[in-house]
Design a protein around this ligand. Structure first.
Ligand code: HEM
Length: 114
C-alpha cells in the first residue's frame, strides 16, 4: 500500500508541473454529517476515471462548535481538465442529490507555486 502511494506521488510529480487545485469547503448541519460522508463514499473510484483528475480527498475538521467542516479537495493536470469535469454529465450526476444534506459550498481554486 505504502509503496503504491510512493509510486503514485512520484508519477504525478513528473507529469504535472503546473498542477491546479480546487477545493470546496462544505458546511453541513451536524446531524447530516454522516449523510454527507456517505454521499462521497464512491468519490475516490469515480474521480480516478475523470480525465485530468490526479487526486481527490475529503478532509474533515472538527469545528469548535461541534459542527464538522469538510473540504473536498481535487488536484488536476490543468484548469481545462477541471472546467471540462464541471461541465460534464458526470459532475451533474454526482451532484444530483448534493443538496439533500443541507450542505453549503465555498469554492476556491489554486495554482501550484512549487
Ligand atoms: C458549491 C456547490 C457544491 C455543493 C453544495 C457540493 C456538495 C457536494 C455533495 C453534498 C456531494 C456528495 C454527493 C451526494 O451526497 O450524493 C458532492 C460530491 C462531490 N463534490 Fe461537490 N458540491 C459543490 C460543488 C463542487 C465543486 C465546485 C467541486 C470541486 C472541487 C466539488 C467536488 C466534489 C467531488 C469531487 C465530489 C464527489 C464526486 C463523485 O463521487 O463522483 N463539488 N458535492
Amino acid at each position: 500500500m505504502w509503496e503504491r502511494r510512493a509510486f503514485a506521488a512520484h508519477d504525478y510529480e513528473r507529469s504535472n508541473p503546473a498542477m491546479y487545485v480546487v477545493t470546496n469547503k462544505l458546511t453541513v448541519p451536524p446531524e447530516n454529517a454522516t449523510r454527507l460522508e456517505e454521499g462521497f463514499a464512491h468519490a475516490n473510484e469515480r474521480m480516478r476515471d475523470v480525465p485530468g483528475c490526479l487526486h481527490f480527498t475529503l478532509l474533515r475538521e472538527e469545528g469548535v462548535d461541534g459542527s464538522p467542516v469538510y473540504i473536498a479537495m481535487t488536484n488536476w493536470e490543468d484548469e481545462a481538465a477541471f472546467q471540462a469535469w464541471i461541465k460534464s454529465d458526470n459532475f451533474r450526476r454526482s451532484h444530483a442529490n448534493a443538496g439533500d444534506s443541507g450542505a453549503m459550498g465555498e469554492v476556491h481554486s489554486y495554482t501550484a507555486v512549487f
